[in-house]
Ligand binder design. Structure first.
Ligand code: ADP
Ligand code: MG
Length: 952
């Protein structure tokens, strides 16, 4: 038995026992409890001296009562099991449709009884709001305050939200709020609680967030020094003149290298490019042709030749050329990004959605803008960054749930120190997973997919087609249209109607094409999601009522004399084939009713037409509502009879886990269902990761349109897929390891920063401490020197040779007195180290500064130092960014890049701190001596402007 299995069984037995106890407590104590006493009771439990275990069991029993009262649902045993695992800090595998949202509430109640706040991270903002709103009645019944936190909310609103007992948000928003909080200049501007280690985190779709999204750190950035934007275009011109090698040079150094002809090669796997020696020469020559050095920034316009690209001040050219090459050869339009309204929008590779407001860093985004010939936006500089992994380590405990975690149990334990546990399903799973269908060519694969879809569509079986890219979705969509199969596409370009499309995806005859189902979090219900559809129709009804009033008002006002036209055909608007309704068209129509141009057009057709038009929409909504109400049961039966939801994967994903996510949409809560993946040896991912000689042989011998069924081929695909899995695991581990190295510095930095924010005495202590350090280097060995110096000082008070003397000149009279004192009490010619007299001098100097009574002065110094600390931190981050790139080369000279990076990071951070301490004294001196007329505003501290947030 595997170790994980052993723990699983042990935990499950433990939980089974606890569940019995919860049911018993509920029966014994709370069976007839007055509903309005539930909150009172929970508070009592929270404040009682009961053991932790007792508190948890009672809280969950009460939560069950509250759930029955408010949501008319009772926790299933498996949900209680999941909740206990969450309280324990485990990652629980609970399949799609098992009710993870509700499960979470039981864990939140238990956390509350234990005196902890909970942060729930969902996969997207829609779900954060939806889940909080669904559970709000339950929580308020329990006396637990709940709220959500999403982007676009005002700071003070978020701050209020964060005070709640449970906060719903996304991992990204939580992480970004943390980074934003680290830029504030006063404590009350912070949104999150100061100490997350008093908060527990629950992560829904945990694998998606902690694994897929954790590949790249969260970064916020502000404006960088302005570069010459023409530069990107010129650089691109050079890059396009370089010749691409048809293959990479041999990596193994034991082989005699035969360098293929060309200036650079492309590493598709790592999305990067390498320049050859001939490439360097060509770049040098081309750079001089166009006087590239004059383009670096807007200030530098001297036209001089560069002699070598390797010179420090020319390194930027290579960097930008690399970007231009990557933009051209590694980043693909409509896969990695889309161009929309003259803007480059990044497509999130996990969700297939647009990453709003994100951009690639270090000039790559600009290179892609140059490639697509759109407006180039200036670059930015990092103000703060953190990886998802390290963000969640701030919490007291993290726990999570998802339909697919067991494949990644190793990663969870290695990186998050959490145990994974498999919770049984409420009803047995009866989905049929068909064997993969493998074809030689893409063409053959797509033909087979369409044939399969046509067959099943005829019966009315709902079909969900999962693709791996936006372009593949579009290609399949086109093929479906050619066959006149009505379908919906869910991808980065179309997420407005997402909830609606998913709500219909389980209806008979429904065909849905989706880029990625990971993190979509909405459940496909056989026969369609009646509740969701009715609620959408209600919202449409509200809007049409509002629009009717609006148009009526306009018509009353303008008394239009335009031509009346009353011929309107209702059938134009409501399409009603197979009783299969499509509220999307309605949604789009209603949407248009808010657009000025459409409003004008409509009014131009005449009053009567307009009102008639609105009435038709109104009636269609009513009609559709009636259809949903009356046909839902019929639809469900139809779908059950034809085998449930059919999930078709148009290709394997980059991990088995994501394949399972897709599959898991079918067969929920014991429903029937089927799944099948279609593969071809021409699939793009096979080429990048798993060129297998067996594929070539097959291509030569087999007829092109046949299904290949051979265990050897299946094995080859498995091998390719696990190569991708471990490659990505490597990348994530890398991100994590590098971030963990800088994390130590970050923690010290934040501790210091928070000290400045919370405690006004800190600055005094820091100052005195630093001052002592400056006086401290007096040891036996340099005592003579020190005495010499004092001697000089004594004679020449005006000497400003170094820091010490500057300081000493702060109050000449006092210092004079001090040194005279020294002379009078000590035998100056003793010439021996005498720690007592040295410390007398030190204390004396320190007392002079300590006696500074003006509190304003200290708080000004405090702010000034905070600003300084932030500036140093930003410089440190920029430095580390570069260092991270540079250490990549260490591997080539047999050094461990991680170790090198650790060293660099440590050195940089140590000098940051010691410089900072020195700067405190400089600042003190500066503030003390600044001219009287210096305007106050100089010292008003502004938070830096965040202009971008991204994680790529
Ligand atoms: P998951 O996130 O696990 O895929 P959801 O939380 O979205 O599942 O729940 C799926 C559906 O099951 C929802 O419609 C929810 O209301 C319903 N549900 C969950 N728990 C229960 C329960 N204990 N009793 C009845 N219905 C439930
Ligand atoms: Mg869910």
């Amino acid at each position: 038995m595997k170790l994980t299995q052993f723990f699983n069984n042990k935990n499950i037995n433990k939980y089974k026992n606890l569940i019995l106890q919860i049911r018993e407590i509920e029966n014994k104590f709370y069976n007839n409890i007055e509903p309005n006493l539930i909150a009172v009771k929970l508070k009592e439990i929270k404040e009682s001296s009961k053991s932790e275990k007792e508190k948890i069991l009672h809280a969950i029993a009460l939560a069950n009562k509250a759930s029955q009262h408010t949501l008319r649902m009772s926790y299933y045993d498996v949900q209680l099991m999941g909740a206990l695992a969450l309280v324990d800090g485990c990652v629980a595998e609970m399949k799609t449709g098992e009710g993870k949202t509700l499960t979470c509430s039981a864990a939140v109640a238990a956390n509350y009884a234990l005196g902890f706040q909970t942060h729930v991270a969902t996969a997207n903002e829609y779900l954060a709001k939806r889940d909080q709103e669904t559970l709000e009645p339950l929580y308020s019944f329990l006396g637990i305050s709940s709220n959500f936190c999403v982007s676009g909310m005002e700071k003070h609103e978020k701050k209020e939200s964060y005070k709640s007992d449970v906060v719903y948000s996304t991992a990204q928003e939580l992480g970004f709020d943390f980074l934003r909080d680290n830029l504030v200049y006063s404590l009350d501007m912070k949104m999150q609680p100061l100490n997350l280690y008093k908060v527990k985190a629950i992560i829904d779709e945990a694998d998606f967030i902690l694994i897929d999204e954790a590949r790249t750190p969260l970064i916020i950035s502000g404006e960088a020094p302005i570069k010459n934007l023409d530069m990107y275009l010129k650089i691109r011109e050079i890059a396009l003149k370089l010749e691409k090698m048809d293959r990479a040079p041999e990596e193994n150094p034991l082989y005699i290298q035969v360098m293929p002809k060309g200036d650079f090669w492309v590493d598709e796997k790592h999305k990067t490019t390498y320049i050859s020696e001939s490439g360097y020469e060509k770049i040098e020559a081309l750079s001089n042709e166009i006087h590239i050095s004059s383009l670096e920034n807007t200030e530098n316009s001297v036209k001089k030749n560069i002699s070598s690209l390797y010179q420090n001040h020319n390194l930027w050219i290579l960097h930008e050329i690399q970007n231009a090459l990557k933009a051209q050869y590694c980043y693909i339009k409509d896969k990695d990004y889309i161009v929309h309204d003259g803007e480059i929008l990044i497509v999130d590779q996990n969700t297939g959605r647009i990453s709003k407001g994100r951009s690639w860093s270090n000039g790559l985004h600009q290179a892609i803008e140059a490639k697509e010939n759109v407006k180039i936006n200036p670059e930015t500089v990092t103000l703060g960054s953190i990886s998802i992994q390290n963000y969640f380590r701030n919490y007291l405990k993290i726990s999570g749930m998802s339909g697919t975690v067991m494949h990644s149990s190793e990663e969870f334990s290695e990186i998050y120190q959490t145990t994974t546990i498999q919770i049984p399903t409420n009803r047995p799973l009866i989905r049929k997973n068909h064997n993969d269908k493998i074809y030689l060519s893409l063409q053959a694969k797509y033909n087979a997919i369409i044939t399969d879809v046509i067959e099943r569509h005829k019966k009315g079986q709902p079909i969900l087609i999962g693709t791996t890219s936006v372009s593949e979705s579009e290609q399949i969509s086109q093929l479906l249209s050619q066959q006149q199969i009505k379908h919906h596409v869910l991808n980065a370009k179309n997420h407005l109607l997402e909830a609606q499309i998913i709500a219909q995806a389980g209806q008979p005859y429904s065909v849905t094409v989706s880029t990625s189902m990971a993190g979509r979090g909405t459940d496909i219900i056989l026969g369609g999601n009646k509740e969701a559809l009715l609620s959408i129709l209600s919202s449409q009804q509200e809007r049409i009522t509002e629009r009717k009033a609006f148009f009526q008002m306009i018509i009353d006002q303008i008394q239009s004399e335009m031509l009346e036209n009353d011929h309107v055909d209702e059938s134009e608007l409501v399409e009603n084939q197979d009783d299969h309704i499509d509220p999307n068209e309605l949604e789009e129509l209603i949407h248009q009713l808010y657009e000025p141009q459409f409003i004008t057009e409509l009014l131009n057709r005449g009053n009567k037409f307009t009102l008639h038009f609105l009435n038709i929409i109104d009636r269609s909504i009513e009609k559709q509502r009636a259809i949903v109400e009356s046909s839902h049961t019929k639809w469900r039966e139809h779908v059950l009879n034809v085998g449930g939801l059919y999930v078709l994967g148009s290709s394997r994903n980059e991990s088995r886990r994501i394949d399972d996510q897709l599959r898991g949409r079918s067969g929920r809560q014991g429903d029937p269902g089927e799944s099948c993946f279609y593969l071809s040896i021409e699939d793009p991912w096979v080429n990048v990761f798993g060129k297998n000689p067996i594929f070539n042989r097959m291509a030569k011998t087999l007829p092109p349109n046949e299904v290949i069924s051979s265990p050897l081929v299946n094995k080859a695909f498995e091998k390719a897929q696990s190569a991708i899995e471990s490659f990505h695991f490597g990348v994530r581990k890398d991100t994590f390891q590098y971030d963990s190295i800088s994390d130590e510095g970050r923690r010290t930095f934040l501790k210091l920063r928070n000290l400045f924010l919370t405690d006004n005495e800190t600055i005094k202590e820091m100052f005195i401490g630093s001052l002592k350090d400056f006086l401290m280097p007096i040891s036996e060995s340099n005592f003579y020197l020190y005495i010499e110096e004092l001697n000089v000082l004594h004679k020449e008070f005006n000497t400003h040779r170094d820091m010490t003397s500057e300081l000493l000149s702060y109050d000449i009279e006092k210092i004079k007195e001090l040194i005279n004192n020294y002379y009078s009490t000590m035998d100056f010619h003793k010439k021996e180290y005498d720690s007592q007299s040295v410390s007398i001098i030190e204390n004396f100097v320190v007392t002079i500064f300590e006696s500074e009574k003006d509190e304003n002065f200290w708080s000004e110094l405090n702010n000034e130092c905070l600003r300084l600390l932030d500036k140093k931190w930003t410089d440190h981050l920029v430095f580390l960014d570069d260092a991270r790139n540079d250490v990549g080369f260490s591997a080539m000279i047999q050094k461990n890049p991680l170790y090198e990076f650790k060293k660099i990071c440590f050195d940089s951070f140590s000098s940051l701190i010691s410089e900072f301490r020195q700067n405190i004294i400089e600042n003190f001196y500066y503030l003390k001596n600044r001219p009287e007329e210096s305007p106050e505003e100089d010292f008003v501290i502004k938070e830096p402007q965040i202009i971008e947030e991204y994680s790529t």
